[in-house]
Design a protein around this ligand. Structure first.
Ligand SMILES: [Zn+2]
Ligand SMILES: [Zn+2]
Length: 263
């Protein structure tokens, strides 16, 4: 499996992805908003885009579909419940479905509601797994729930699916928000051991050659995976004085998500 992370340099800071089979040169494009950059990269690498996958229905993820499919004839894949919101879907995905790319690449579809209720993540079946997580999980952050999502479901997606993936899983999110999110981490957990050094490292990075994190790193820097941290809980109590001494992780997650809405 070959992965190209494509930095769109747009105002929303989207990342697009190409995933290619090294044996056949067939490629799948994830959320190819910047269809021109995606097509140029595929041409450059000698790849043929045969599939387009939308992680979810928001326009900054589906906006390149039409031009991309007109140029390539690619099939369009997305969550099976997104058919009403994504025109021209060919394949509806459910949990556990496998997307094949060429002869050698297999990607498992995870049903990951929360940011929207019809959001899929893709998990590669490779020695070191890679997770293409759209707007569900960001570097040092979590997706919002303002446009068709629900924080409860986002919590369950984090706790029951994402947190259980192997620590070495590579994280490929739909946007470059790492620097701002690390500032949020430091606001929520001022004594976080890893965030200051990492912020200095990525603050001025070229998003065209962005750091790719792992789940292990996210567990160190992403507050939404640090629901048992005493300093996260103590700091949260300043905003929510009624928070119990030993709050359950779901309560902590929902309060963090609430505060993040007004950061
Ligand atoms: Zn979105
Ligand atoms: Zn987005």
């Amino acid at each position: 499996m070959i992965v190209e992370q494509i930095w769109t340099a747009n105002a929303y800071r989207n990342f697009n992805y190409l995933i290619a089979c090294p044996e056949t040169g067939e490629a799948l494009a994830i959320d190819p908003l910047d269809h021109k950059k995606c097509l140029a990269k595929a041409k450059d690498r000698g790849w043929t885009i045969t599939q387009v996958l939308n992680t979810h229905e928001h326009g900054d993820h589906t906006g390149g579909n039409k031009a991309m499919i007109a140029a390539t004839g690619a099939k369009l894949l997305a969550h099976k419940n997104a058919r009403d919101r994504i025109p021209g879907m060919d394949v509806g995905l459910g949990a556990g479905d496998v997307v094949k790319v060429g002869a050698s690449v297999e990607l498992e579809s995870l049903d990951t509601p929360g940011h929207t209720m019809s959001h899929v993540c893709l998990l590669s079946r490779t020695d070191q797994p890679a997770l293409f997580c759209g707007d569900t999980l960001f570097n040092a952050g979590a997706g919002n729930c303002h446009n068709g999502g629900h924080p409860n479901e986002l919590y369950h997606t984090f706790a029951e699916q994402l947190a259980k993936l192997p620590d070495g899983t590579l994280i490929y999110p739909g946007h470059d928000y790492i620097a701002n999110n690390l500032r949020v981490t430091l606001d929520r957990e001022p004594d976080n051991a890893r965030a200051p050094g990492l912020l200095a490292e990525v603050e001025h990075q070229d998003p065209g050659a962005a750091l790719v994190s792992t789940l292990a790193l996210e567990k160190e820097i992403n507050t939404f995976f640090r629901l048992h941290s005493p300093s996260v809980i103590a700091r949260l109590r300043e905003a929510f004085p009624d928070l119990p001494d030993d709050p359950d992780p779901k309560t902590v997650f929902l309060k963090l998500r609430e505060l993040r809405n007004s950061w």
